[in-house]
Design a protein. Structure first.
Length: 130
């Protein structure tokens, strides 16, 4: 499991890369591995507003469909158009294939997300309970 140190993580397995007032959001290596081969990504509408914890997108794999939650509050600034034709990019490059970008309404919410080491501990606990 790859967990880049510079990113922040949500307990629901989304990662966040903050750049200025923008938050790039994708799913973690652990999440894509757990899902298996991703066959479809339903992205949010550009301009949609989201509250932290709100379901914002859906990823479908050969195993199941999974909700993707907004790790911070904001407005959808853009989505990753490459995923419409190539959803498997999420499997191949989970930390490059962002799903959507939020213009954060409260960048202070980033402080509530997990650092890489805390996320890794969370995953280990989750694995031991399943």
């Amino acid at each position: 499991m790859v967990t880049p140190q510079e990113l922040k993580y949500n307990k629901t397995h989304e990662w966040v890369r903050a750049e200025g007032g923008l938050a790039y959001v994708g799913i973690t290596d652990y999440a894509q591995e757990s899902l298996g081969d991703i066959v479809y990504v339903e992205l949010p509408e550009v301009g949609a507003s989201a509250r932290r914890g709100q379901e914002l997108a859906t990823i479908e794999s050969v195993k199941a469909a999974s909700a993707i939650y907004a790790p911070v509050s904001g407005t959808v600034e853009r989505v990753n158009p490459a995923l419409e034709k190539n959803p498997e990019l999420v499997n191949q490059k989970p930390y490059e294939a962002f799903l959507f970008v939020l213009k954060m309404s409260d960048p202070g919410e980033l402080a509530d997300l997990l650092e890489a080491s805390a996320y890794e501990r969370h995953v280990e606990q989750e694995k031991s309970h399943s």
